[in-house]
Design a protein around this ligand. Structure first.
Ligand code: HEC
Length: 126
């Protein structure tokens, strides 16, 4: 009788062990994923920055817009604007301050932070 109890306990322990392994597998973070879910991943132009610029800037900063002299439609153009045209300063101005970009009002702090971090991470394209 004691043996059967011992066996039952052993079985229970084994089963719970393999359950926790399965749980671990699911919880293990994947590497090299979406920067939105992995705060340690480097920001890149292709994955993150392009869609922010496309959504907030190129209506003016492209060949048909009011700021066509400074297009922001390619990686090289956006990088150059950061390095030589004060893009980071412009997007971090407060609402009401002269020179703020976009002209219509500040972007969300989350978008601003992503572009600032892109610069800190070395302005990678991919
Ligand atoms: C409604 C139109 C409009 C939008 C949207 C807009 N801009 Fe501009 N931007 C302008 C105009 C017009 C100028 C030129 C006048 C000035 O310097 O303020 C300019 C100037 C700039 C300059 C300085 C360029 C230079 O060579 O001196 C930068 C950098 C800039 N914008 C970045 C951005 C970024 C980044 C965004 C999006 C987050 C953005 N702009 C959105 C119209 C816009």
């Amino acid at each position: 009788m004691k043996k059967i109890i011992a066996l039952t306990i052993l079985l229970a322990a084994l089963t719970s062990c393999s359950n926790s392994d399965t749980y671990q597998d699911i919880q293990t973070p994947q590497t090299g994923t979406n920067p939105g879910t992995d705060p340690t991943a480097a920001i890149t132009y292709t994955k993150t920055v392009k869609s922010i610029i496309d959504g907030n800037c190129i209506s003016c900063h492209s060949s048909s817009g009011s700021a066509s002299f400074r297009p922001l439609t390619t990686y090289a153009q956006v990088k150059t604007a950061i390095e030589t045209a004060g893009l980071l300063t412009r997007i971090q101005l407060q609402n009401g301050q002269q020179g703020l970009m976009p002209q219509g009002g500040r972007m969300s702090q989350a978008n601003i932070d992503l572009i600032v971090k892109w610069n800190t991470d070395g302005l990678k394209e991919n």
